[in-house]
Every structure is written in structure tokens, then in C-alpha cells.
Design a protein around this ligand. Structure first.
Ligand code: ZN
Length: 357
């Protein structure tokens, strides 16, 4: 065999080896720089070349990796990956010149990073691990997801803005103002609009805002039949869960209609309001703005509708102004959490004013 033949043979063996073994001995370093996610380093020392005795499994990185701000940290989740036994989660501070470091190994497909510091944007990625005998196989890393934590000071005033009947073409404009002001709100959405505004619904969750259930098609639920009540609520829950992975915790009954049938079958706390802007009636941004400014106080739940141009215009003024006046704009669930209110399904809540001692 001449030298060229030898070289060709060696090259062929090495290619064959890397094709067969790449998942087994190739590890994308999760502490690599952000820009090199998913890159694969192949180590093929010639002296270790040998025929494999079993077909290695193809370990994939987790799909649909999501990071969302929550009141107690940053919630991560991803789809279960075939052949995965465990997952490794890596984190770094976004934009900082530092390596990713391993923060958690878990068997579950969800993890809340409670060590995340307030007001910091983190970058996360996750990968799959399978231990077979003495060998540990690791997948490349998932996509990087960034998420910012937020901070609520329980000793300071807070207000829950709520928007009903959407999403609509105006919802994103309201989200822009919330995002720019590091504020959050609760959106009580209609189930039959979810699929037309998928991106908006996902963005609501991503910004740490809350998605509540406002029935499927705005039916009067109060004393409707039990089967109608249940189907209106569960159809909406399913649409939201299928898209976001989360089931809404809260119900806002359309028209504020509450009856015994609904109380018994809501299965969720029912959220009304303490300030009604009547934005649907005036369709006037200044009227809505003035109403909020002259009524809003600590612990209020404010009713608006993200269906109108005028409400979006009002929100652009209301949100920064309330912040300027020292209010923290929080979701309804956050307001309840910081006010120490324990929900009961079928109960009605219209405000969460501070308790006077
Ligand atoms: Zn409504």
C-alpha cells in the first residue's frame, strides 16, 4: 500500500468514525461564548479509532426552549426530548463578557431560577444528557433565551391595570409602553381571538404580564347553564395552554356577570374592578386618562379594553404617569401575592387595598 492509499484509508476511517461517534464524543461546550451556540467540537484522536460495538443514540437538544419572568424568579421550560435522562441548564448575565456556567441538572422539563437577581437580564440555554453505562452523552445546546427579572417593593403602592376583550391590533402598542416602563398588566383575553394573535399572546407572557380567561366568545356566564359555563372557560383555557404552556389562573366574567351557577363552576377566582374607565363608551383618550388619574389609588384594579385606538393612546399617558406618581404596575396575581390574599375559586375580588392596622 503506497503512502497516498494509506492516507486515503486513514481519512475514510476518520470520517466514518466521526459520523458514527459524533454524538458520543462530541460535546458543544456550554461555557462557550454566546455566539458559538450549538457549535460542535470533534475530537478524533487516531489512536482511539476502533469499530463501535453498538449504534449510538442521536441525542437532540431540547426544542421550544422558553424563559419567562415570574414573581419569584425566571421560569424556564422546554419540550421533553427523546432519550433524554437529564437536562443541564446554563446561565450567564446577558451582554457581559463571561462564560455560561451550569446552574442546574434536572430530570424535569421546567425550572424556576430563583437565584436570578432583580433587574438583571440573563441568558439561558439547556442541553440534554443521557448516561449509558459509563458513557455520558450530551447534546448540543438549545437556542439562547434572554429574560429580565423584575422587582416589586411590597411596601410601596401598586396598581393592577387590566385589559379585556383582546387581543387586538392595539395590544402590542400597550405592551410596548409597559415594556418601556418596566411595568406589567393583566390581559383578560377571549378564547376565540387567541389563534389570530398568537405572537401577541406569547409576548404578553414573555413580558411577565398575566393572561387571564375572559370566556371564549364573551358569553354572559352568571346564571348560564353549567355546561355552557364550563365549555366557555375550558375552551379558552385550552387555547391559551396550547400556545403558552400555562393555564390561566384568573377569570374575569364578561360584563362582570356573576351568579350562583358561575360561582360553583368557575374553578378560578373571579376578578372584577374598582376603577371603571368606561373606555368603551367614551372612546376618548383624554377622558380615560383623566378618569384614571383622578381615581387610581393603592391596590386598585383598573378596567380598560385593549380593543380601541383611544385606549392605547390613553395607556401611553397613563402608564408613565402612574409610575411617576410612585405606583408599581403589577399583574393581578402579583397584587394578590404581595397583599397576602389567598385565592379561592368562585370568589369575587374587585380590589386589593392595603389593610389598615
Ligand atoms: Zn369583556
Amino acid at each position: 500500500m503506497n503512502i497516498i492509499q494509506k492516507k486515503i484509508r486513514k481519512l475514510f476511517v476518520s470520517i466514518l468514525f466521526s459520523m458514527v461517534f459524533c454524538t458520543e464524543i462530541t460535546v458543544a461546550p456550554c461555557n462557550a461564548a454566546e455566539e458559538t451556540v450549538g457549535d460542535v467540537i470533534i475530537i478524533t484522536p487516531e489512536e482511539e479509532l476502533h469499530e463501535p460495538d453498538e449504534k449510538p443514540i442521536q441525542l437532540k437538544q431540547p426544542d421550544d426552549f422558553q424563559a419567562e419572568a415570574a414573581k419569584n424568579g425566571i421560569k424556564l421550560r422546554w419540550k421533553e426530548t427523546q432519550d433524554a435522562q437529564q437536562y443541564e441548564i446554563y446561565r450567564k448575565i446577558s451582554g457581559k463578557d463571561e462564560s455560561f456556567s451550569l446552574i442546574k441538572t434536572t430530570k424535569k422539563c421546567t425550572y424556576t431560577d430563583k437565584t436570578a437577581k432583580y433587574g438583571v437580564t440573563y441568558a439561558y440555554k439547556v442541553r440534554t444528557i443521557a448516561v449509558l453505562g459509563e458513557k455520558t452523552k450530551k447534546s448540543p445546546c438549545s437556542q439562547i433565551k434572554r429574560c429580565r427579572t423584575y422587582f416589586v417593593d411590597p411596601s410601596k403602592p401598586m396598581i393592577a391595570l387590566t385589559f379585556d376583550d383582546g387581543p387586538s391590533i392595539y395590544t402590542d402598542g400597550i405592551l410596548d409602553v409597559l415594556e418601556a416602563n418596566q411595568s406589567r398588566a393583566t390581559f383578560f383575553v377571549l378564547g376565540n381571538r387567541v389563534n389570530s394573535y398568537k405572537k401577541t399572546v406569547l409576548r404578553i407572557g414573555k413580558l411577565g404580564c398575566e393572561i387571564g380567561n375572559h370566556s371564549y366568545d364573551h358569553a354572559i356566564l352568571g346564571n348560564n347553564s353549567v355546561s355552557k359555563i364550563r365549555s366557555e372557560i375550558s375552551k379558552t383555557d385550552k387555547k391559551i395552554k396550547a400556545l403558552t404552556g400555562n393555564t390561566p389562573v384568573l377569570l374575569r366574567p364578561p360584563y362582570g356577570s356573576i351568579g350562583n351557577n358561575l360561582k360553583k363552576n368557575a374553578g378560578k377566582p373571579m376578578i372584577l374592578w374598582s376603577v371603571d374607565t368606561l373606555d368603551w363608551k367614551s372612546r376618548n383618550a383624554s377622558t380615560v386618562y383623566q378618569h384614571v388619574m383622578s381615581h387610581a389609588k393603592d391596590g386598585d384594579i383598573i378596567l380598560m379594553h385593549d380593543l380601541y385606538f383611544s385606549t392605547r393612546a390613553a395607556a401611553k399617558r397613563i402608564i408613565p404617569e402612574l409610575k411617576k406618581r410612585g405606583y408599581q404596575l403589577v399583574t393581578v396575581s402579583e397584587l394578590a401575592y404581595y397583599r397576602g390574599i389567598e385565592w379561592k375559586a368562585g370568589e369575587r375580588y374587585a380590589q386589593m387595598w392595603p389593610q389598615k392596622h
